[in-house]
Design a protein around this ligand. Structure first.
Ligand code: 0A1
Ligand code: ZN
Length: 877
């Protein structure tokens, strides 16, 4: 046995595997502590000249090895350590390897490989979990066909599932039974899945565009069948959408989803057998909010879309993770935009990108969308890979148009179906299908950091011309001191004095199609003709590139755009920019800003009450930038208390100034009848609940009373949570009353209790840290369950800047201690929690010192996992 020092893996060192595996025959006998796995692999040398044959090394972790055979004969000339099994001199040509191992699912608290969740056996193999089930060449460019026989005690696990089609099942002696599953599609090991347990099944079917009937199944804990309707509807909507918009049809005859309650992430796209965090399946109006319904729809779609972008065409190596994730995020964003409100979806996505990805990109954990090195791949399931990766696909879509993008997708599948490929292959398909040179675009994949785009605008009334000067600035990031200019699709409009868009004509007389300018140089000037009156430039419409825009607009211009911009995203952006200016000044304690804020509030009014606009959009319009955004904008010596107070005061001013309008909205937008999660009702609830919250922001008797009544009368979880969030933030007895009522009603519903934990952990009330410490010991809390950890500790660390950054260091202490404890059994969750400290260098000196101390304590902990030590090391480094 040996334990290796954490090693950095580099993209430049990629070599093809010396051996390939054609077929895998697995025979798995499930037992809680001693699951036996027999594996028969048809191995052949790779004929790629870059992969000369030699010893055969198979990955394996936490396995007990019992025997190894080659071509049916037991062998001894192998070595095994805690990470691999090496067959020193395998035969030449193709051969068969048979390996018998055992593993312990019950003891597996890392939730990678085969583990048990509430008595259900399930697997998580992405990215490197398959090696905890059996020895294998566990890398995504080794694609094999799988046949899997599972057996188990029939009472303990009446349902036995694996990827593909069921080909045989039956009873055995001693109360055991078995099932054999065959997946006709070659796949990498990370898409393997196996499930066994006592599960109820909800069934439906879908007829594809070519008339094939697909058997759809959702498996859940018995008794929860009534909560699967929305997930099933969402699946069918997603299947239809992928046919209609991308021309992609499902390939197997059966599509299964299993919901489990212990899961490290949201869900997993295993071929034909998705495994889901049950929070993203189970919904009923009284237990799930509108946001839950929307997340379920989006994640069901995301995993389904992976069947083509991820499974049929997969990644050559883990550096290419964004190849499947960025593209699938872009597809799921488009899906939601097509189902619901496109501008609101864009606003939500940009809000997330700015608050979380921009800060990742600006700090010590910054990495390119396609990283060039890593220590632990689990740490790279990041906002940069997913969300910025999605933005890169969106930019390609913007540059090529819908038809051009779809032509690129078609060529991508024609060339690479059944292969494991790279980002270059994807971009080449886009380039070749459109006869475009996209070589400069690759810089977006390889350079970390958020580019800044500085714009200057000039109008010459006598010449009737205008000029837009654009400069792109790239700050250095870890390991990348110098950067090259990237191609930036900059969508713009020139808004005339009447509020209408003016035609966008270049000096040479040609019109700019769709208002889309391409900035490719470090500095560039665009000149426009026929500009008789001074227009107001509306820049980066629809957030056409993931950049920070430094715009030339003054308060009057922004006010004008807030009312008139035909691009709804930029109309919202103008309001955000106006709010941000005031928030930054207030957080820094600069002068007396109340009158100015009042003016801003008055400018928000007309949009908030404009019945021509969708209610969901109007609600989004009234939400100021987040505390994370404000902190980032300030950039150095941040005082989180000041930031919090600034935002609180701005919201109170909005509530006070717009009181009459808000009261009317609250009354007019009650949604009558039975709860429905359709976009229209969701939008109305959202506007009404936004009004409720703003009216309570000043904590007037009236505002608090209204929230209390709203809470009492709520007949769905959306309204109930909207009111509870307000009440839980109060330092008044109404808070405890509401929290107790809620707990009494829902004490047997773990997913609802997670909401109860989170709302208290995110509360701004003064005793939040005492409360969180008490809840940590609550019988419904378990440190072993990732949903509970996210609900309590994650909500504090990532969702409550005021108390996480508490001036006495208690927030850091609580989260830091938790990280160290969790790291002992679930490194992936611990490392993700640790990323909450990533902006510590931006803080004012007192907090900065305390955060650093905590990070140093974590780093020094004996036996710290590779996951957490990579993250903490980078933050300190
Ligand atoms: N591929 C999944 C995300 C995922 C990643 C890792 C996991 O466990 C370690 C689980 C899921 C997705 O994009 O949905
Ligand atoms: Zn994904």
């Amino acid at each position: 046995m040996k334990t290796e020092e954490p090693r950095t893996i580099y993209l430049k060192d990629y070599r093809p595997s010396p051996y390939l595996i054609e077929t895998v025959d697995l025979d798995v006998a499930l037992a809680p502590e001693n699951t036996r796995v027999r594996s028969r692999l048809k191995v052949k040398p790779n004929d790629d000249p870059d992969a000369p044959a030699g010893p055969l090394t198979l990955d394996g972790e936490k396995l007990e090895l019992h025997s190894v055979k080659i071509n049916g004969t037991p062998i001894n000339d192998y070595t095994a350590d805690d990470q691999s099994l090496t067959i020193t001199s395998p035969p030449e040509g193709p051969f068969e390897v048979e390996i018998e191992t055992t593993c312990n699912p019950q003891a597996n608290e890392a939730l990678e490989g085969l583990y048990r969740s509430g008595g259900i056996y399930c697997t998580q193999c992405e990215p490197e979990g398959f090696r905890r089930i059996t020895y294998f060449i566990d890398r995504p460019d080794v694609l094999a066909r799988y046949r899997v026989r599972v057996e188990a005690d029939k009472r303990e696990a009446p349902v036995l599932l694996a990827n593909g089609n069921l080909v045989e099942d039956g009873d055995l002696d001693d109360g055991r039974h078995f099932a054999v599953w065959e997946d006709p599609f070659p796949k990498p090991s990370y898409l393997f899945a196996l499930v066994g347990g006592n599960l109820a099944c909800v069934q439906d079917s879908f007829i594809t565009k070519t008339g094939r009937a697909i058997d759809l199944r959702i498996y859940v804990e018995p008794g929860k069948e009534g909560r699967c309707g929305w997930a099933m509807e969402s699946l069918k909507t997603a299947m239809r959408w992928d046919e209609e918009r991308f021309g992609l049809e499902y390939d197997l005859d059966i599509y299964m989803i299993v919901a489990v309650s212990d899961f490290n992430m949201g869900a997993m796209e295993n071929k034909g057998l998705n495994v889901f965090n049950d929070k993203l399946i189970l919904a009923r109006p009284d237990i799930a909010t509108d946001t839950d319904y929307e997340s379920i729809e989006a994640v069901i779609a995301h995993e389904y879309f992976h069947n083509w972008t991820g499974n049929r065409v997969t990644c050559r190596d883990w550096f290419q993770l964004c190849l499947k994730e960025g593209l699938t995020v872009f597809r799921d964003q488009e899906f939601t935009a097509d189902q619901r409100s496109r501008p609101v979806k864009r606003i939500e996505d940009v809000r997330l990108l700015r608050a979380r990805q921009f800060s990742e990109d600006a700090g010590p954990l910054a990495h390119p969308v396609r990283p060039s090195s890593f220590v632990e791949i689990n740490n790279f399931y990041t906002l940069t890979v997913y969300e910025k990766g999605g933005e890169l696909c969106r930019m390609l879509h913007t540059m090529l148009g819908e038809d051009g993008f779809q032509a690129g997708m078609k060529l991508y599948f024609e060339r690479h179906d059944g292969q494991a490929v790279t980002v270059e292959d994807f971009v080449a398909a886009m380039a070749d299908a459109n006869d475009r040179d996209l070589s400069q675009f690759m810089r977006w994949y390889n350079q970390a950091g958020t580019p800044e785009v500085v714009c200057r605008f000039e109008h010459d009334a006598s010449e009737k011309t205008a000029k837009l000067h654009v400069t792109q600035v790239h700050a250095p990031s870890p390991g990348q001191p110098e950067k090259e200019p990237v191609p930036i699709p900059l969508r713009i409009g020139l808004v005339g004095p009447d509020g209408e868009d003016m035609p966008l004509i270049l000096k040479n007389g040609s019109e700019v199609p769709g208002g889309l300018l391409m900035v490719t140089e470090r500095e560039q000037t665009f000149e426009f003709a026929d500009v008789a009156h001074r227009p107001i430039p509306s820049l980066l419409r629809g957030f056409s590139a993931p950049v920070k825009l430094s715009s030339p607009l003054d308060d009057a211009d922004l006010d004008f755009l807030m009312r008139h911009d035909s691009d709804l995203f930029n109309r919202w952006q103008a309001a955000q920019t106006q709010a941000m200016k005031r928030l930054v000044a207030m957080a820094r304690g600069e002068g007396e800003f109340v009158p100015d804020v009042r003016e801003f509030a008055l400018a928000v009014g007309p949009t908030l009450t404009d019945d021509w606009l969708e209610p969901a959009y109007r609600a989004a319009f009234a939400v100021p930038p987040s505390e994370l955004d404000i902190a980032q904008e300030i950039g150095a010596d941040v005082d989180p208390t000041g930031v919090h107070k600034a935002r609180r005061d701005l919201r109170a001013t909005l509530g006070h100034t717009l009181q009459g309008d808000l009261q009317r909205l609250y009354e007019d937008y009650a949604v009558p009848g039975e709860y429905q999660p359709d976009p229209d009702s969701v939008g109305k609830r959202s506007l009404r609940n936004t009004a409720l919250a703003l009216l309570a922001a000043e904590e007037t008797e009236d505002g608090v009373k209204r929230a209390q009544t709203h809470f009492k009368n709520a007949d769905n979880m959306t309204d109930s949570m909207a009111a509870l969030r307000i009440l839980a933030g109060l330092d008044r007895p109404e808070r405890d009353e509401a929290l107790e009522t809620f707990y009494d009603r829902w004490k047997d519903e773990q997913l609802v209790l997670d909401k109860w934990f989170a709302i208290q952990a995110q509360s701004t009330a003064s005793d939040t840290l005492d409360r969180v410490e008490r809840l940590r010991r609550h019988p419904a809390f378990s440190i072993k369950n990732p949903n509970r950890v996210r609900a309590l500790i994650g909500a504090l660390a990532h969702g409550n800047p005021l108390h996480f950054h508490s001036a006495d260091g208690r927030g850091y202490e609580f989260v830091g201690e938790s990280i160290m404890e969790i790291d002992g059994f679930n490194p992936m969750i611990a490392a993700r929690l640790a990323s909450a400290f990533s902006s510590w260098k931006m803080l004012e000196p007192g907090r900065r010192a305390m955060a650093q101390q905590m990070l140093e304590r974590i780093a020094a902990k004996e036996g710290l996992s590779r996951d957490t030590s990579e993250v903490v090391g980078k933050m300190l480094g």
